[in-house]
Design a protein around this ligand. Sequence first.
Ligand SMILES: *[C@@H]1O[C@H](CO)[C@@H](O)[C@H](O)[C@H]1NC(C)=O
Ligand SMILES: *[C@@H]1O[C@H](CO)[C@@H](O)[C@H](O)[C@H]1NC(C)=O
Ligand SMILES: *[C@@H]1O[C@H](CO)[C@@H](O)[C@H](O)[C@H]1NC(C)=O
Ligand SMILES: *[C@@H]1O[C@H](CO)[C@@H](O)[C@H](O)[C@H]1NC(C)=O
Length: 376
Amino acid sequence: MISPGSPVRLIPRPRRKSSNVIVSFLVILALLWFWSFQRNIASRPAACEDVPDPLDAIKNGTLGFEKIFVINSPQRLDRRDAIVLGSSATGLHVDFIDQMDLHQDSAKGNEPTNGLEEIAAFRSHLNAVQRIVADRLASALIFEDDVDWDVNLKTQLKGFARGAQKIQKSNASYSPYGDSWDLLWLGHCGVKCNTSSPVQIMPHDITAISARFLPPYSYDAPAGTGNNVRMTCKMEEAACSGAYAISYRASQKILAALTLSTATRAVKFEGLLSQLCHDGSLECYSSYPSLVGRWNWTSRETGPSDSIQESDSHASLSMGAMYSTLQNVGRLLDGESRVQATVDDALVPELNPDLFEVPYAVLQWTDEKGGHERHV
Ligand SMILES: *[C@@H]1O[C@H](CO)[C@@H](O)[C@H](O)[C@H]1NC(C)=O
Ligand SMILES: *[C@@H]1O[C@H](CO)[C@@H](O)[C@H](O)[C@H]1NC(C)=O
Ligand SMILES: *[C@@H]1O[C@H](CO)[C@@H](O)[C@H](O)[C@H]1NC(C)=O
Ligand SMILES: *[C@@H]1O[C@H](CO)[C@@H](O)[C@H](O)[C@H]1NC(C)=O
């Protein structure tokens, strides 16, 4: 009879225990080896293909912002048609925000009385800003409804984002345009760059329109620009609010500036934005020349009804967009491979947009040792 305490029972026990330990150790070792082997073969291609480039988000329907809003009057459905058409031809998804109605809004009383149109425009922009805060949007791009943009906008913005990130010295963990910007002034009629900040220069950007073909700008061209040169910079001031992107934080600050300030309100929204960039409340970046252009609706409305047939082939309703989306929308819909430039002195008068790549760019900056330049 074997008692529980007898050696017969006790001897195999430690042996069984130690063999158990060895077996489990081997199993774990094998599993570890197998797992690491699998990870190695799985992770090697992943490292080059699957790690997403943060700049890829710029190619999405909202250009790497959470929304694109277009401020448009319900009375101007023709402009809405044009934006919808241009967006569909270039892969953008836009949401419309109704422009304030002047007549309903005129009798409120406590608004400044100079220019109903300006008040309505101001309030309409503010409604877009309010929407960003209310809906907790990380960022949004706001367009006025007479914008026109280059067919190559997504590629242009990729180059802009690369420059903006380098100037911010920031990663792109939250936004492909970098993590510290508040405002990206993409459609303007004149910008003043901060000269003590680094700038990105593209010396040969075929989409950069030369100064004589740009609509009138409120500021001189930044030093260092010229024909077919594009500059991305940290900016101090700008004019015209045709297109700008703002972050959630910037939207809060804009509302706060109006709610908390006792100073007299800027009459134009662009003036308010420019002021907030200038006084350092917002960190603002821009591109010269403007990345977003305009469509000349005035010319369309006042011109002779058959002006499209009559006008010579060089006349363009697009102002400031080299390969204008609206000007080329017929070609895009016909599936033609090439688009036409809107200005006479274009380096490439006809371009296949599939072949347009982000142009070569350098970062330029100055410190106590002098000027520096490096490819980015
Ligand atoms: C586009 O990318 C941005 C940034 O990653 C993101 O917030 C937005 O939701 C995306 N939009 C679409 C339509 O996928
Ligand atoms: C950006 O990311 C890199 C690597 O992930 C990190 O070393 C660096 O500190 C980050 N820079 C900033 C400004 O966050
Ligand atoms: C220009 O940028 C520098 C460095 O980023 C900053 O210190 C300075 O306040 C800016 N100047 C203006 C007028 O915005
Ligand atoms: C729009 O076109 C009209 C007529 O062609 C012209 O007089 C006007 O100057 C243009 N607008 C701008 C801002 O260039």
